[in-house]
Design a protein around this ligand. Structure first.
Ligand SMILES: Nc1ncnc2c1ncn2[C@@H]1O[C@H](COP(=O)(O)OP(=O)(O)O)[C@@H](O)[C@H]1O
Ligand SMILES: O=C(O)[C@@H](O)C(=O)COP(=O)(O)O
Length: 423
């Protein structure tokens, strides 16, 4: 890195990392996303997003990985840091948002940070500390049935407090709407009261822009990708399309989906209804014969790939996921399916796929690790929160275009739209 980094980011999952990188690129920053803490030199850019797969691992491990990422970012000369969490605040009851945020604050010698998952463009808004997903509270959204991180409380002050040692307060919308000055005053007041985290209301981009301005000198922000729209302008940067340029696309097309979120269910149904070639993976069959299931899926795909995009999916309805989890255990079922889908993705790339969409954050993490991806360049947005990326996949000796789709993101025709954008 030949110039100091303006912003150092740590993301708790891989789709979340591309979502954040996408918003920074759209606001004019050059961004590289790395898979884990970089071991090789990284291009000289404005911001690096270190993508971890730390959302659902034990809290102590999430803390250790996040601190290692922080150290690397500090060594690049960076003095402002962004801990990217999910816009639906996905976390296990033990964390990991609170424990990681507290460890980062301590390592930075700081005593306070703002926290907000608001991302109005994707219908995530926070009002009076309550998170809304579209028109409903988080606790009434599909997130209440998430396979790994069911979210049953929309009150973020309460959720954050339950996983933090320090006190959690609220920065209400009336203050945010009043602008950066009143926001700074409220932050100073909360700090004076010994509060460690301020959940920030935000219902529109204007709120995030005010917050971004107020955070100009803040060492740490804990947020979804929304606040990222406001930080590049603190450095005099403005949107520029060339920030998103990628090499031309070629090769075969595939989708691998391990997300069971509502948006992904609609996307899988849409792809199949439009006549797309699709093959379901049954987790119980996987538990009996992992190698056989992977081999059969790849044999099937080999026969279909020449005719258009293929979809391999474990996406299923909540009742079926629950039945699988009861038989196999929640973590075991998740790991088994992720591992199999990652092997299938690798097999697809070995068979010539060069445009690969992966649906699901944990699933994306498993896939990019199997491909050996170390860093990705961020390209054009397909839908809010999901850009095309370009990466080397050393495990397959290939370069490819990758889209890592958060389970909850994207319109129903996302899969078809994604390939059309690259054509
Ligand atoms: N049919 C299924 N039964 C049980 N677990 C599943 C099934 N399909 C996927 N999973 C697991 O559910 C989790 C989905 O998480 P993720 O990939 O992050 O998707 P999302 O982005 O929607 O949260 C993964 O661990 C995945 O392996
Ligand atoms: O902020 C978001 O909603 C996303 O960027 C994100 O983190 C999604 O995670 P998954 O739903 O697990 O893909």
């Amino acid at each position: 890195m030949t110039r100091p980094l303006l912003l150092g980011c740590i993301a708790d999952d891989f789709t979340g990392a591309t979502d954040l990188a996408n918003n920074l690129v759209r606001a004019g920053m050059q961004v590289v996303q790395t898979i884990g803490v970089p071991r090789a030199p990284v291009d000289s850019v404005d911001a690096v997003v270190v993508a971890l797969k730390s959302r659902t691992i034990p809290a102590a491990e999430a803390v250790a990985q996040s601190l290692a990422a922080l150290q690397w970012l500090q060594a690049q000369g960076c003095s402002q840091f962004y801990f990217k969490v999910c816009s639906t605040f996905d976390s296990t009851p033990q964390g990991n948002i609170g424990p990681v945020a507290e460890a980062l604050l301590q390592a930075l010698g700081a005593d306070f940070c703002c926290v907000t998952p608001a991302f109005p463009e994707n219908a995530r808004t926070v009002y009076k500390g309550h998170l809304f997903v579209g028109d409903v509270l988080l606790s009434e959204s599909g997130m209440r049935q998430h396979p790994l991180t069911p979210m049953t409380d929309a009150n973020l002050v309460r959720v954050m407090q339950a996983q933090s040692r320090g006190r959690v307060g609220l920065i209400e919308h009336a203050v945010v709407r009043a602008g950066a000055g009143p926001l700074r005053a409220r932050i100073a007041q909360l700090r004076g009261e010994g509060v460690r985290f301020g959940i920030v209301d935000a219902v529109a981009d204007a709120d995030l822009l005010a917050l971004g301005e107020a955070l100009r000198d803040a060492p740490l922000v804990v947020a979804g990708s929304g606040v990222a729209i406001a930080l590049p302008r603190n450095h005099g940067l403005a949107p520029r399309p060339e920030a998103a340029a990628l090499p031309p696309a070629g090769g075969l097309r595939a989708i691998v989906s391990g997300s069971c979120s509502q948006a992904t269910q609609a996307q899988v149904a849409d792809f199949i209804a439009a006549g797309g070639a699709a093959r379901a993976i049954d987790p119980l069959q996987l538990a009996d014969d992992r190698e056989g299931v992977v081999r059969e899926a790849l044999d099937w795909a080999a026969g279909e790939l020449g005719h258009g995009a293929v979809l391999v999916y474990s996406t299923d309805r909540p009742e079926s996921v629950r039945a699988v989890q009861e038989r196999l255990g929640v973590q075991q079922a998740g790991a088994l399916v992720e591992d199999a889908l990652a092997s299938i993705a690798k097999g697809l790339v070995q068979r010539g796929v060069r445009q690969l969409v992966v649906a699901g954050g944990e699933t994306s993490g498993a896939v990019v690790q199997a491909l050996g991806v170390a860093q990705m360049r961020i390209g054009r947005q397909i839908d809010p929160g999901v850009p095309w990326c370009h990466a080397a996949a050393p495990a397959c000796d290939a370069q490819l275009h990758l889209a890592l789709k958060s389970g909850n993101f994207g319109s129903a025709d996302f899969f078809r739209k994604a390939f059309a954008l690259l054509a």
